[in-house]
Design a protein around this ligand. Structure first.
Ligand code: ATP
Ligand code: MG
Length: 176
C-alpha cells in the first residue's frame, strides 16, 4: 500500500500536488537527528556508524512526512549498500538562502554508467540486492520528487568500491 500511495504521488500531474503539501516550519537538526536515532538499530546490525555535523538553527518550510521519506530513503540506501563496519556522515551547512545536506557513505558505490539514472523510477543499479525482493527502485525517485516540490535539488557523486555522496539543497525559511 505504501508503494501504491507513492505511485499516486509520483504520477499525479504537476499543478495539483502543491495543494496537498503541508507548509510547516521544520528544523533540519531536529528532523535529521530523529531519523538518525531511528536508524541506529538498523545500522547496528552491520556495525555502520552514523556521524552528524549539523548547526541547530536552520529551518525550512515544508511537508514533514515527505521530508522524512526523503532522508529515510537516503539513509536506508546508505545502510543497504553500505559495507560491514562502514560509516555514514551527514553534514549540514548554510549556503546563502539554501541549506545543503550532504550524506556520504563508504559503501559499494555506483558505477559511472548508472549515475545519470539512479533518480529514475524503478532504476536499480546493483542487481545483487534484488534477491531480497523488497527493493523497487523507487527510493531515489521519491527523494528527487520531494526535493523538487520543496524547490530544492538532489545530486550524487560516487566512486565504485569507495562510496557515494548525496547532496540535497533546500531553501531556508526566510526570517521575518
Ligand atoms: P527501493 O529504495 O525502492 O527499495 P532501491 O534501493 O533499489 O529500491 P533507489 O533507492 O531508488 O532504489 O536506488 C536506485 C539504485 O541506486 C539502487 O538500486 C542502487 O543500485 C543505487 N544506490 C542508491 N543509493 C546508493 C548508495 N548509497 N550506495 C550505492 N548504491 C546506491
Ligand atoms: Mg533505496
Amino acid at each position: 500500500s505504501s508503494i501504491i500511495s507513492t505511485l499516486a504521488l509520483l504520477t499525479s500531474d504537476g499543478g495539483k500536488v502543491e495543494d496537498r503539501i503541508n507548509r510547516d516550519t521544520i528544523n533540519i537538526f531536529e528532523l535529521i537527528d530523529k531519523l538518525v536515532k531511528r536508524f541506529q538499530n538498523v545500522s547496528y546490525k552491520k556495525n555502520i556508524s552514523i556521524k552528524t555535523k549539523m548547526p541547530k538553527d536552520i529551518s525550512i518550510v515544508g511537508d514533514e512526512n515527505h521530508l522524512v521519506k526523503l532522508f529515510t530513503n537516503l539513509l536506508r540506501n546508505a545502510i543497504t549498500y553500505g559495507k560491514q563496519d562502514g560509516w555514514i556522515k551527514i553534514n549540514v551547512l548554510r549556503r546563502n538562502n539554501f541549506v545543503e545536506i550532504t550524506m556520504s557513505d563508504n559503501g559499494i558505490g555506483i558505477e559511472n554508467k548508472d549515475l545519470p539514472y539512479v533518480f529514475d523510477r524503478f532504476y536499480r543499479a546493483d542487481k545483487s540486492h534484488s534477491s531480497d525482493g523488497k527493493r523497487t527502485g523507487l527510493g531515489l525517485a521519491i527523494a528527487k520528487w520531494v526535493t523538487d516540490i520543496h524547490g530544492g535539488t538532489i545530486s550524487v557523486t560516487s566512486s565504485m568500491g569507495k562510496g557515494s555522496v548525496f547532496i540535497v539543497t533546500l531553501p531556508i525559511k526566510a526570517s521575518k
